[in-house]
Design a binder for this molecule. Structure first.
Ligand code: NAD
Length: 435
């Protein structure tokens, strides 16, 4: 029996596009719709609205074969759909609660147009209780299937999940959705809507907690002259703990972790349950970018009038996404403290409204006349640039590596003063003593 289905994707952002390409790669026939018509028109020409590894080639291929078709109107996109996947944004509101208005609008629009046999699949991250409320309101078949992909490796993550989580009210509905992904041969966790919503939220909260934990470890290691990478490696090789996300740096940014932890914190507040860990995760993360700027100020003896070459603006490597990027927050802090940052990011060539500093056209170009280099995104290519070239271009000699991507010893050997996060040159050069 043909288990290839017609899958409609509503919302062609990071999750929507990874889902569209992922379902097409699995042989399903995909239609796509977005409320932004220019985005749809660009996608019809094979142009993605953002940089994401692994999207362009399969997109062109599936457009050419007709496996994926984008529509400017919702009706033709949902008309023949067996599954309608909703992947619209759920940003944080000022009080921390998730704004689910785009989800509500998309569900209402689809429920009015979908065929009676079709199933709505909500993939947006929503507060516990949302799917049940929407399913009751609209009386259509509903599944909650959270996405766990990471930007930068989105399609690969879609096609290689650790598990498929499905929240449903009947085993048949859950099995129907899981069947779309059966060729992936992954464990399927079938549970209630509410549990599935909480699995997604607490997964992100735990990863965020690990990052805040690693930053506390690193800051103490710095104070004790210990190497946080060695300490965290030793801690993380315990299988009960795990190495993933035990990485110190400038903190977690981007469109998910902060908003999802805030949304859970808000939800716990609404229900009067204790939420100290969630609050601490956010507090540590708020302090870390300021700490990095303090380190730089310390090294430079103040920031006013200092030219700072910045490497990286995207919230992580592999994407051009600057939503809630801590690099952008740090640039703002530098400007507020009187410094003069010039930034280079390999994925960002055009000015962006969020980025309030000058852009350089190359990594070394950002260093011309700069008193210091500050690394804010973990692009691997930064680690390949010769420290001697950095030393030649910099006016000063300070390198603050907020992502631990440079080789501390090589940087020190080039006559530069290196400060990482919980990490310093093995030669034991003490920066405080050297300044
Ligand atoms: P995004 O902002 O990149 O994309 C959302 C898209 O939905 C936009 O193109 C927008 O125009 C469109 N849209 C909004 N309202 C619409 C409507 N009524 N009809 C059709 N299209 C509409 O968002 P994203 O990063 O893909 O995130 C989507 C959801 O998935 C969020 O809830 C997010 O928390 C969750 N999520 C994101 C990631 C990630 O790494 N970005 C990972 C897992 C889960």
């Amino acid at each position: 029996m043909d288990n290839k289905k017609n899958v409609c994707i509503v919302g062609t952002g990071y999750v929507g596009m990874a889902s569209a390409i992922g379902f097409a790669e699995l042989g399903h026939r995909v239609t796509g719709y977005d409320i932004i018509t220019e985005r749809v028109r660009a996608l019809q020409r094979g142009v993605t609205p953002y940089r994401e590894a692994g999207i362009d080639e399969p997109l062109q291929r599936h457009l050419a074969s007709g496996q994926i078709v984008f529509h400017e109107q919702l009706l033709p996109a949902v008309a023949d759909a067996d599954y309608i996947v909703i992947a619209v944004g759920t940003p944080a509101q000022v009080n921390g609660a998730a704004d689910v208005s785009a989800v509500e609008a998309a569900v209402a629009a689809c429920a009015a147009l979908m065929k009676s046999h079709a199933v709505l699949v909500l993939r947006s991250t929503v507060p516990a209780g949302t799917t049940e409320r929407l399913a009751n309101e609209h009386g259509v078949s509903f599944v909650y299937a959270p996405e766990f992909l990471r930007e930068g490796t989105a399609v690969g993550d879609f096609l290689n999940p650790d598990r498929v989580v499905v929240g449903a009210t009947s085993p048949e509905l859950a099995a129907g959705y899981a069947d779309l992904l059966s060729s992936l041969e992954r464990p399927v966790v079938v549970t209630s809507y509410r549990n599935a919503e909480l699995i997604k939220a607490f997964s992100n909260a735990f990863l965020a907690l690990k990052i805040s934990f690693a930053n506390e470890v690193a800051n103490l290691c710095d104070a004790l002259d210990a190497d946080a990478q060695a300490v965290l490696y030793g801690v993380g090789t315990d299988r009960r703990i795990g190495k993933a996300f035990l990485a110190p740096g400038i903190g977690f940014g981007g469109p998910c972790f902060e908003k999802d932890v805030k949304a859970l914190h808000h939800l716990a507040g609404q229900h009067g349950t204790r939420r100290e860990l969630l609050a601490a995760t956010l507090r540590v993360n708020d302090a870390q970018p300021r700490h990095i700027v303090d380190v730089l100020a310390d090294e430079l003896g103040g920031l006013a009038g200092k030219h700072i070459g910045i490497w990286g603006l995207a919230f992580k490597a592999g994407t051009d996404d600057v939503r809630d990027s801590l690099a952008v927050r740090i640039v703002d802090d530098l400007i507020a403290r009187g410094a003069l940052p010039v930034a280079f990011d390999p994925a960002i060539n055009e000015p962006r409204p969020e980025v309030r500093c000058e852009l350089a056209s190359s990594a070394l170009g950002a260093l011309d006349g700069a008193h210091a280099l500050l690394v804010l995104t973990e692009w691997p290519e930064f680690g390949e640039i010769s420290p001697w070239a950095i030393a030649t271009r910099l006016r000063g000699d300070v390198v603050v590596d907020g992502r631990n991507v440079l080789d501390p010893d090589a940087v020190a050997a080039a006559g530069l003063r290196y400060r990482g996060v919980g990490r310093k040159p093995a030669s034991g050069i003490r920066l405080a003593a050297a300044s």
